[in-house]
Design a binder for this molecule. Sequence first.
Ligand SMILES: Nc1ncnc2c1ncn2[C@@H]1O[C@H](COP(=O)(O)OP(=O)(O)OP(=O)(O)O)[C@@H](O)[C@H]1O
Length: 370
Amino acid sequence: MYLKSLKLINFRNYNQLALEFHPKINVFVGENAQGKTNILEAIYLTSTAKSFRTSKDRELIKFDKDRAYIKVEGKKRYTDTTVELKLEEGKKKQIKLNGMTLSKNSELLNNVYVVVFSPEDLKLIKEGPSERRKFIDNEIAQMKPSYFHHLNRYNKVLMQRNNLIKKIYHNKKLMDTLDIWNEKLIELGTKLMMERERFVTRINLLSRLIHRKITENKENLEVRYMSSIELKNDFKDTLESFRKTLQEALDVDLQRGTTTFGPHRDDLGVFVNGIDIRSFGSQGQQRTCALSLKLAEIELIKGETAEYPILLLDDVMSELDIKRQTFLIKALKDVQIFITTTEMNHLNELNVNKEYIFHVKNAVVYNESM
Ligand SMILES: Nc1ncnc2c1ncn2[C@@H]1O[C@H](COP(=O)(O)OP(=O)(O)OP(=O)(O)O)[C@@H](O)[C@H]1O
């Protein structure tokens, strides 16, 4: 899919903005703190109803105003999509999809597909496991909104269980109520683990092919789902395996006052030619693996939805060497890309249509023909 246009009113540092986009490459160029990322953030909001920078809607509304508006018009293979968001101080977001008001924000998911790639993502491999879990969770949720719902419920149940085991330590009588929380945790947790396993198996196949191409067949990438629970072939057996692990870990959990096993402790193992790249990879290798994973994610969304997602490259091009930049753009020839950058020099090779190089200066956006 691709976006045809964007309209903003009182969003971040913009009073009013109306832009038409190229179906391929669009570049926002300008100095720091001018409003480039704000545009990507607005686009991202029309995909997930969330910002990738803040959970506070107030921050999205222009400082001196009390409401903001975002609208995008997108084109899919067979249909057009219009998404509108109204943000108002102290109120719930109001979202319209093709003119119809949505009752829940989650109904917006699965309409505008967006993948963001920023310098933070290049650190995906070397950061701690929580970053990699976030990567897995966000990708699955975008394709399968019910996953997001299960994840939220799991986290709530986990919190309740952790509170309870802290209390049990001082008051053994409360032990009787633990089973209720265990069962909820096991059921929701097993759903998450099975989805994650399915996702990682597929991302492994795709990223391996991409990685071989980027490294000219020198590196064999393997990503593996590293679960703290022994996974079995079906739901019932995995559920049983989780239950057994929880029972065996009960004493440790009580001592530590926390739940030591479960999907909240999972990780994504990343291996190159059999070596664990999280600990032993060079920075360059880790970045290339992150790039392969992101590109695999795009292919996966295409496979699941029959639409290519839109790619937001936030300040990432200057972080890649020319070989990887060229690979990225060639591999994404069917994807609409929005690039933010502080200077055009390193993008010269891309031959971007001048009309779609948008200069951003203090929330004013112009191109050479404007
Ligand atoms: N709610 C808001 N109201 C008004 N201005 C805001 C608001 N939120 C952020 N800004 C302003 O937006 C600007 C930052 O914009 P943005 O994050 O898009 O920068 P950028 O052009 O991407 O810069 P960089 O290259 O540093 O990433 C800052 O000047 C900031 O003060």
